[in-house]
Design a protein around this ligand. Structure first.
Ligand SMILES: [Zn+2]
Ligand SMILES: [Zn+2]
Length: 338
């Protein structure tokens, strides 16, 4: 636990993921209760760590009066149900994330089928589909699903003590992802939208909208005009250099586009083929797709699809269907290009 700025504490909680050791939750001091931003996974280890850090600050869980979630991924949302049950804090979440709680965490059959269909149409071989479709199921045990008390739409102000945070919708990593901006103090709580070293996953998904990478890059561009002195990210360390980091992430995606275009050449290929021809985990080590675990294998394909669709939206790529499978190629005047 560290007090990153007077009145805001960073409480990192452990994650059971090999290349991502912590999720940062942020505790903001108020006059009538504290605000907690994000909650960590629902594991005993994470919950004990949270209780220990609250005790170090000298408060009890009951003093948390509001919880705001940047998005409903398991590492940010998993413990929310348990905290709500034990401490009774009011819970706020963006409406798009709220709408997906049922299909992601309660009755998942439809989503599993939709993902299977999407991966199949993008060239994933049939024998790999069951593994890829079910890759997210192990995460479910880390989530206690709960609906929010407060539904956010963007533009609201969340006040706590000396702080007034603007709710800023920042779609891309998740369709209903939000960041919190404190303009007077120039503090930006970035969730998974902007991280200091790794680049957040942005994938095309049945729930992502048709061009999530386009949405992501657009929302990064929008943020550039903000005055920010301290960024409080959902993973890794708080950092300065907000605009430089945004430029770095934009550059990263340009380079990924170039790598994908290089693998495509003048050929016609599926997203799956291209996924297996480029490198992965480049922030960590850089390995081929076949060496990834099931979860990373799936998100790698979804990321490639997001890149391809972003380039298609800009007219840099075309796609066509053959036997119900989607192929990408350089655009040319052909009747069957979509
Ligand atoms: Zn996330
Ligand atoms: Zn995260």
């Amino acid at each position: 636990m560290i007090e990153v700025t007077p009145g805001i504490y960073c409480l990192p909680l452990p994650l059971p993921i090999p290349h991502l050791s912590n999720i940062n939750t942020y505790l903001v001091r108020g006059d009538n209760g504290y605000l907690l931003v994000d909650t960590g996974w629902n594991t005993e280890k994470a919950f004990n760590s949270l209780k220990k850090q609250l005790a170090e600050i000298g408060i009890s869980g009951q003093e948390i009066s509001q919880i705001v979630l940047t998005h409903a991924h398991p590492d940010h949302y998993g413990l929310a149900g348990e905290l709500k049950r034990l401490y009774g804090a009011s819970l706020a979440l963006h409406h798009l994330e709220k709408d997906f709680i049922e299909s992601r965490y309660i009755s998942m059959d439809g989503l599993i089928q939709d993902i299977g269909q999407l991966l199949h149409r993008n060239g994933a071989p049939p024998d790999r589909l069951p593994e890829l479709q079910k890759a997210s199921l192990p995460m479910l045990k880390f989530v206690t699903p709960i609906l929010p008390d407060v539904t956010l739409y963007g533009g609201e102000t969340i006040t706590c003590g000396d702080f007034s945070f603007e709710v800023m919708p920042t779609p891309g990593h998740a369709p209903g992802h939000i960041c919190l901006y404190e303009p007077a103090k120039k503090i930006f709580i970035s969730g998974d939208h902007i991280l200091p070293n790794i680049t957040p996953h942005v994938g095309l998904h049945p729930q992502s909208g048709s061009n999530p990478l386009g949405d992501y890059l657009d929302s990064l561009e929008q943020l550039k005009k903000l005055e920010v002195e301290l960024v409080l990210p959902g993973h890794e360390q708080p950092f300065t250099g907000f605009r430089e980091r945004i430029e770095g992430i934009i550059l990263h995606h340009r380079l990924r586009n170039a790598e994908i275009m290089g693998a495509l050449g003048y050929d016609s290929k599926t997203a799956f083929q291209l996924t297996t021809e480029i490198t992965w985990l480049h922030d960590v080590k850089g390995v081929g797709w076949y060496k990834l675990d099931s979860w990373d294998k799936r998100i790698a394909i979804l990321e490639t699809m997001a890149h391809l669709e972003a380039m298609r939206a800009r007219g840099e790529l075309a796609r066509f269907n053959r036997d119900d499978i989607i192929y990408y190629r350089l655009p040319r005047k052909a009747k069957n290009d979509e």
